[in-house]
Write a protein that binds this ligand. Structure first.
Ligand SMILES: Cc1ncc(C[n+]2csc(CCOP(=O)(O)OP(=O)(O)O)c2C)c(N)n1
Ligand SMILES: [Mg+2]
Length: 327
């Protein structure tokens, strides 16, 4: 793929995530979606860039702010919106909701609500790859709020000790819920911790999706070829509150405005025009297609049957005859 086609595809992915989350926010306000809803609007370049650098056979494990990661891993807008609506056609058959998207066949292993709790699970997936002598890499995404959690240190410790093929990606969006970083972290540079676990490290701003792809790509190759884990910190920002019930009044308008200047979606659009000479018509036709795809997914969710009460008993235990390697 030439670079303009590649960038255009990354733009399509980021815009789809943004439009889908805007549609989700609207449906939530209309009372059509229950439970929690955490939006990653502003952070799209991180999941899209990182997952673009991975192979489809690599594993991804993420937090509850994971709609974008699920889509970047090949999931569809219909599956996500139907899941948010609690429909039987959703990614987790309507039983998980926003925080629990999952797709074994795409090697997207969740969607977790416990802050930091998924880090040992991702470490276990990487251990399984190494133990079976398979060359898959695990990408584990987490927020800055995971950094002081005990589970993170347990996972990091074993990943470094056993030299596991994993890339830990801290999406540092400056806040955990309403608490700014300086009130939670004694050392602001998250990657300084890598030395204590024998991991490589990298730290950069997530404004440019292509830079995210390139730098995470280096860490992925290091994991695959040398079994050397890397701790990557990507500096990013969420424009919405923590969840739909958070008006985000704890930050100044000026701060939000400064980050808006670095919003990765319009930045990429400008780059496509300036550097790659895409015309307004070309971009508009792609944007119209994205809009139509999301609208169609909303209709699909609205028209799908709800998950039934009986179905809560299904999928609780895995089929004992199933070969876990088929995951
Ligand atoms: C173990 C645990 N403690 C507390 C919570 C409540 N909680 C949910 S999200 C969150 C903030 C996490 O912030 P961060 O890791 O920075 O991720 P972000 O929401 O910014 O993406 C907290 C404290 C939880 N879900 N799990
Ligand atoms: Mg955070």
């Amino acid at each position: 793929m030439d670079q303009s086609a590649e960038l255009l595809d990354l733009y399509r992915q980021m815009l789809t995530i943004r439009r889908l989350e805007e549609a989700a926010a609207k449906a939530y306000a209309q009372g059509k979606i229950g439970g929690f809803l955490h939006l990653g609007i502003g952070q799209e370049s991180v999941c899209v860039g990182a997952i673009a650098a991975a192979r489809p056979t690599d594993y991804v494990v993420a937090t509850y702010r994971e709609h974008g990661h699920y889509l970047a891993k090949g999931g569809t807008a219909k599956e996500v919106l139907a899941e948010l609506y609690g429909r039987a056609t959703g990614a987790s058959r309507g039983l998980g909701g926003s925080m629990h998207l999952f797709s074994a066949e795409r090697r997207f292993l969740g969607g977790y609500g416990i802050v930091g709790g998924h880090i040992p699970l991702a470490t276990g997936a990487a251990f399984a790859s190494k133990y079976r002598q398979e060359d898959d890499v695990t990408l584990c995404f987490f927020g800055d709020g995971s950094v002081p959690q005990g589970a993170l240190h347990e996972g990091f410790s074993l990943a470094g000790l056993w030299k596991l093929p994993i890339v830990f990606i801290c999406e540092n969006n400056q806040y955990s819920m309403g608490t700014p970083l300086y009130r939670t972290l004694a050392v602001a540079d998250v990657t300084e911790r890598a030395a204590g676990y024998g991991m490589a490290r990298d730290r950069f701003r997530g404004d440019d999706v292509l830079e995210v792809k390139q730098r995470i790509g280096v860490a992925i190759e290091r994991a695959r070829k040398e079994h050397q884990p890397t701790l990557v910190e990507v500096l990013t920002y969420r424009f919405r509150g923590h969840s739909m019930s958070d008006p985000a009044t704890y930050r100044s308008k000026q701060e939000v405005e400064e980050w808006r200047q670095r919003d990765p979606v319009p930045l990429l659009r400008q780059r496509l025009q300036r550097e790659f000479h895409l015309t307004e018509e070309q971009l508009f036709s792609l944007e119209a297609a994205v809009k139509a795809e999301v609208q169609e997914a909303v209709q699909f969710a609205e028209n799908s049957p709800p998950a039934t009460t009986e179905s809560v008993w299904s999928y609780v235990y895995s089929d004992p005859t199933m070969d876990p390697r088929s995951l």
